[in-house]
Design a protein around this ligand. Sequence first.
Ligand code: MG
Ligand code: MG
Length: 255
Amino acid sequence: MYQGMIVRKTPEQVEAMAAAGEIQARCLRMLRSKVRPGITTADLDEAAERFIRSQDAVPSFKGYRDFPGSICASPNDMVVHGIPGPIELKRGDLISIDCGVTFGGWVADAAITVPVGEAPEGAEPLLTATRESLFAAVEQAQAGNRLGDISHAVQKRAEADGLSVIRTLVGHGVGREMHEDPQIPNFGDPGKGPLLEEGMVLAIEPMVSSGGAEVRMGSDGWSVYSQDGSLAAHFEFTVAITADGPRILTPWHED
Ligand code: MG
Ligand code: MG
């Protein structure tokens, strides 16, 4: 895999990214509170854009390679990159919401998966394992570790419960640009890959399926589905590697 230069941020720049991340996390918490049967993914998208602009920030996804939305909204067997639209969520659906916020020229990127009303059959173990795989990966975001330690942590936690990590989609460095080096696979060998150093900021994002690892593209050219129609989950944080250890810059888990 190509790994170019990993841009390191100064402590001041990490603080600036944390300001973007705080807006991002508040946006995701707001969206999570709005998820209910009958709401459309376009409604969620509008709410996200309104909130982000009210904070003098910009929705990073909108217009990125001509993507039309401020969020990606990916229901059920859709893994990622769903275009928001007049799709009404139903009780028992699972919805993954991914959102990018640019503030002061810095990008924060994070995602959550939430059940609509009640979790569909088989979804709770998937949600628990995917979320825990993200936290396990964050623990590895330490100076002196290797990128493979992060990748391996995701894979190990997801596969412990018989789930599959999606191998063709990866996390990434983040900063002035939404997608910087390195690419961060959700599988790999501990102790391998680039050395992690203070000032690196990573968007770590496990994408996990309750069935197989294979995916297919949707006809809109964006959406990615599990090949076998199994449920998928996606959780993401923007994380900085600091002198004091990993720092989650998009704390959607804090209420
Ligand atoms: Mg994202
Ligand atoms: Mg990302």
